[in-house]
Design a protein around this ligand. Sequence first.
Ligand code: G16
Ligand code: MG
Length: 222
Amino acid sequence: SIDAVIFDLDGVITDTAHYHFLAWKQLAEEMGIHIDKEFNERLKGVSRMDSLELILQEGNRQEDFTLSEKEAMASKKNEHYCEFLKKLTPKDILPGIRDLISGIKADGLSIGLASVSMNAGTVLKALDLESVFDFCADASKISKSKPDPEIFLTACKGLAAIPNRSIGIEDAEAGVSAIKTAGMYAVGVGSTLKKADYLVNATEDLNWNEIKEAFQNWCLEN
Ligand code: G16
Ligand code: MG
């Protein structure tokens, strides 16, 4: 049986992944570093400061700044990002997510959130989804970002769910790795997530009955 379903936020529930990208791109360009959408895949699910390090590495600038300069850069990125967040409304919930949530709720299962974003609360509020989640594991509750399993294990614990009876849904490589290391069943959104146990191209393809059936087959094999 299933204990809980735990959602990633950025890129699964809403496309804030794109806003993170635009905000980083703005900052990177000010430093003469070029980043594209493909590079951005590596920033998904990665904490703010770790993302900055990856960008500086990309531009061979990682030795050029002090910690306090880096902190200033990270908060500048966050200011850009928060400007985008002001535009977020419930219409920005990705296709298929409401139906998926309804299906899970109809089965009486717990729903959790696993987002390393310090803005997760703001985003849920803007989407009017705060009441949907039985437990939110966010940046304040963990010390290691994805691919470390900590955030998914924290969510399981908060929901009193056993990891190998729980499903995680992710759009990022680092997130799928975190789910698998936690011992959970991984649903991947995005065709490149080869490590996922169950893969769809986009959120609109998430079908709760099909996921349940695939999970049950996985349980029989494991
Ligand atoms: C998200 C994004 C990352 C972002 C991180 C931290 O993680 O995917 O790109 O860097 O949060 O966000 P913030 O700067 O708002 O604290 P997740 O776990 O929701 O995918
Ligand atoms: Mg994500």
